[in-house]
Design a protein. Sequence first.
Length: 195
Amino acid sequence: MPTDTLALEPLRVEAPVSYPATFEAWLALPEGAPAQYVDGHIHMTPAPLLSHQDVVLNFYTLLRAYAIAHGGYAAVAPVDVYLEERLVVQPDVLYVAADRRDRLSERGVIGAPTLVAEVLSPSTAHLDLGRKRRAYEEAGVLEYWIFDRHVQTVDVLTATDAGLRTSARVYDEGTVASAVLTGFEVELADVFARP
């Protein structure tokens, strides 16, 4: 149906749904459900906006090329990442280096990926910057990229003895390099480019 004949509502505000549930209830959700299981709650979000997905897919494309060249594995959400027995998240983008490929299973990633990336949304930023950041840190994620498409910035947090700490911050334009993946760097303009 042509869009000019649809009665489109104004752009919705992303509104996540979070409710207490058992892990078994989370397991019973249909395949592909946009759901994470964190601290005894199922967190579900509507499909992301196109501007969010543009950033996700641009970054994934660059990371996938690196993965192919270095024997790693890159993926985009929804892929379940089992950080603990009853803590399952779906990062926007993830990378599993060759030395962690044994963590890949048909169900998803069992244990910490090497790198995760989140594109902030108003409805999920509190989870991405709070509980999920702590979970990534505790599970042993080596690098966490946080993109803010509204102000076009990226923060790269790298694992240290004191936990995940900012190793790079780039605003608007410029190159940002991984401290963990040798030779992996991106131009911010390429990540925030719109088709």
